[in-house]
Design a protein around this ligand. Structure first.
Ligand code: GLV
Length: 323
């Protein structure tokens, strides 16, 4: 029987072509808005779909599994898979895969540096100043920022993405310290990174703290008021992982009261909503969850999500099976 696949929103064509070239029927939801759970359920009830390509904005849980009993695999177009109830999927024998593309780690690490350098060199504030017609000539005291050479970068989480950030950090002359549930000897050997078993020491010593942990019960609000208070007053916090890892309300207070110097955020606790007061702060840079949005990364992710489905239908264990 021909396999049918539902895709909750448009992804790069390369992935869809892989599936169609295999003779599968692929239905891509046409609307570009984020579908509600009800909308996904309604769509899945239209046909006995065999597979779904889901996005990180789709909540895939018991309600979806109940609505679509024929779906055997959810191929998530994201590195993270905190949007899926993997334990419930496992109970039902439903396969979950993710898309940890190599180029995604590179793109996210580059975006981390973009935020870091923009904060240090005050790029966003300066851009706005010029656009507003305020630039009336060179001024030795204008927009004095800070340099990152020789500063200490603290990584909280040193997996694929944290490791890539460490790789770039070495070239920028940063000293690297990190904490994670397990040591990453590769970054210690390659970048001379120093390991701490808990985040506290990293938070105390780092000039720039960058978060690279997955969202789990144990990492929700890992950065809270108490931990923000441990950071240096001159420190920057960068978050390109998942919003709820930071207590955003506590962060707004810390930025307002200059407990830390600045933050670069690509993800938000209640995204797409922003916590009260966040946009009013001039010591924060905000981007709309685009860290992995390089052309190379997005095409590689589309290829991976399609290949995971093909492998599954061809009787192989998909390379990115997570449950
Ligand atoms: C993006 O946030 C991803 O998980 O790929």
């Amino acid at each position: 029987m021909t396999k049918t696949i539902f895709v909750t929103r448009q992804i790069p064509e390369v992935g869809i072509s892989i599936l169609r070239n295999k003779g599968y029927i692929v239905d891509v939801r046409e609307k570009t808005s984020i579908p509600s759970q009800k909308e996904i359920m309604k769509a899945l009830k239209k046909k006995p779909y065999d597979a779904v390509i889901s996005l990180l904005t789709d909540k895939i849980d018991v309600a979806i599994f109940d609505a679509a009993p024929t779906v055997k695999i959810y191929s998530n177009y994201a590195s993270g898979f905190d949007n899926i109830d993997t334990a419930e999927a496992e109970k039902r024998g439903v396969i979950i895969t993710n898309a940890p593309a190599v180029s995604t780690s590179e793109a996210v690490a580059e975006h981390t540096f973009a935020l870091m350098l923009s904060l240090a060199a005050r790029i966003v504030e300066a851009d706005e100043f010029v656009r507003r017609g305020k630039y009336d000539g060179w001024d030795p005291m204008n927009f004095i920022g800070t340099d990152i050479l020789g500063k200490t970068l603290g990584l909280i989480g040193a997996g694929r993405i944290g490791g890539q950030v460490a790789h770039y950090a070495k070239a920028f002359g940063l000293k690297i310290i990190y904490s994670d549930v397990k040591r990453n000897e590769m970054i210690e050997n390659e970048s001379g990174a120093t390991y701490f078993s808990t985040p506290e020491e990293v938070l105390k010593q780092a000039d720039i703290v960058s978060l690279h942990v997955p969202l789990m019960d144990s990492t929700k609000h890992l950065i809270n008021a108490e931990r923000l208070a441990m950071m240096k007053k001159t420190a920057f916090l960068i978050n390109t992982s998942r919003g709820p890892i930071v207590d955003e309300c506590a962060l707004v207070e810390a930025l307002k009261n200059k407990i830390i110097a600045g933050a670069g955020l690509d993800v938000f606790e209640y995204e797409p909503k922003l916590s009260k007061g966040l946009v009013k702060l001039d010591n924060v840079i905000l981007t709309p969850h685009i860290a992995s949005a390089s052309d190379t990364a997005r095409n590689e992710m589309a290829t991976l999500v399609a290949q995971n489905i093909v492998d599954f239908f061809e009787g192989k264990v998909p390379a990115n099976k997570v449950n």
